[in-house]
Design a protein around this ligand. Structure first.
Ligand code: GSH
Length: 95
């Protein structure tokens, strides 16, 4: 993985139109983000763990630890609203 500079990271290929759509929304809203490439044809196990359908994009907020989310949908929805509901998918991971 690359050096993290933003809370938000988009996992996927920069050539994916779905990844570009999420990136465009972040740019439009002035929200900083990183893009970390993931090959959907041969994804690493950590990606399959957070995206069982092996689809991209996955938008992750690094500022939220899994224990902070406490596994509740309500917290995830709250996080999505924090980012103006523009995320197509969110997942909380341990930092
Ligand atoms: N509506 C889809 C859009 C994402 C999507 O289909 N992405 C493609 C790449 S542009 C993908 O991940 N394909 C890999 C696969 O289906 O295994 C979703 O978010 O689930």
């Amino acid at each position: 993985m690359s050096d993290a500079t933003n809370d938000l990271v988009i996992y996927g290929s920069p050539v994916s139109p779905f990844v570009r759509k999420v990136a465009a929304v972040c740019l439009e809203k002035g929200v900083g983000f990183d893009v970390e490439p993931v090959n959907v044809f041969d994804p690493p196990q950590w990606f399959k763990d957070i995206s069982p359908m092996k689809r991209i994009p996955v938008l992750r907020d690094r500022s939220i630890a899994a224990e902070g989310v406490d596994g509740t949908i309500a917290d995830l929805v709250g996080n999505l609203r924090l980012h103006r509901g523009q995320a197509s998918r969110a997942c909380a991971l341990p930092r």
